[in-house]
Design a protein around this ligand. Structure first.
Ligand code: CP
Ligand code: NVA
Length: 300
């Protein structure tokens, strides 16, 4: 009923979502939301892509969305997640939430009578992972056996969701990061049940033969106070031309964005010929439409 983790969907369910994305892209199927469908977007953190693409997706499917910034709602004055969930789910057909703590989205979902879709928490970014893996399939025409090298903050929300869903969908995932920062154990072990997942401090070893190189910010939302320390630790793991040269010649460079040129990735790499970051961002719209249709039981 809810999409809180990238582990909430089976491989077959994700494949159904991909089928719907293809149909939407071909413009062949007339699919729309039931009349008067209302989505509530409940956001505690900033967003450019996820908010706008979800609002556009809902609008283009014929529904309406209401954006609620936690600061301007009674959440800011301490109203509980449970009461908030009971109330907003009685006004809407589904909820898209971007929250700081993953535990809070679990609580929101527990008392929501409508589906809740995770639009990012400290632990996960499942809709991003679904969209990114769709993009890899679109570019490479297969997933099985492709090597995805995730370099940088191996403990981030995108690392967790990408390794989990990537391994489930057949990618071979190698996480590459500095000594002293290990991947989230629960996600790492779970992902290993699905397929090949590895972690190394050695950039050459981790990136060699990669078909996809993925990175994300070194300082995620909510970690601003640790900025100095994080930059020191992660800068040796910057995705630059020298690192890109270690991968396959036709490796694609991915980043969920927003990017910080000169930090986790250099401008020549993100704006260079191997980068597909804007195509990756664009796909969020169609993939989110397919996720909405799936979650509402309309398609797939
Ligand atoms: N990739 C992503 O989630 O971007 P936003 O923070 O802009 O939504
Ligand atoms: N890891 C990043 C992802 C942004 C889309 C963050 O949480 O800020």
């Amino acid at each position: 009923m809810h999409l809180l983790s990238s582990d909430d969907l089976s491989k077959e369910q994700v494949e159904k979502i991909f089928d719907t994305v293809n149909q939407l892209k071909r413009g062949k199927v007339e699919i729309s939301l039931r009349e008067h469908t209302v989505a509530v977007l409940l956001f505690e953190k900033p967003s450019t892509r996820t908010r706008i693409s979800f609002e556009a997706a809902v609008a283009q499917l014929g529904g309406a969305s209401i954006y609620v910034d936690s600061k301007t709602s009674q959440l800011s004055r301490g109203e509980s997640w449970s009461d908030t969930a009971k109330v907003i789910s009685s006004y809407s057909d589904f909820i898209i939430a971007r929250l700081f703590n993953h535990a809070d989205i679990l609580e929101l979902a527990k008392d929501s009578s409508v589906p809740v879709i995770n639009a990012l928490t400290d632990l996960e970014h499942p809709t991003q992972a679904i969209s990114d893996i769709y993009t890899i399939l679109q570019k490479k025409k297969r997933l099985k056996g492709l090597k995805l090298a995730y370099i940088g903050d191996v403990k981030s929300n995108t690392a967790n969701s990408t390794m989990l869903l990537g391994a489930k969908m057949g990618l071979e995932v190698t996480l590459i990061g500095p000594k002293g920062i290990t991947p989230n154990e629960r996600y790492f072990l779970k992902a290993r049940e699905y397929g090949f997942v590895d972690f190394t401090n050695d950039i050459q070893e981790g990136v060699a033969e990669a078909d996809v190189i993925y990175t994300d910010t070194f300082v995620s939302m909510g970690e601003e106070e640790e900025r100095e320390e994080r930059m020191k630790r992660f800068m040796p793991y910057q995705l630059n031309q020298q690192v890109l040269d270690m991968a396959k010649k036709d490796a694609i460079v991915m980043h969920c964005l927003p990017a910080h040129r000169g930090e986790e990735i250099t401008a020549d790499v993100i704006d260079g010929p191997n980068s597909i970051v804007f195509e990756q961002a664009k796909n969020k719209l169609d993939v989110e439409k397919a996720i909405i249709l799936y979650m509402l039981g309309i398609k797939g």
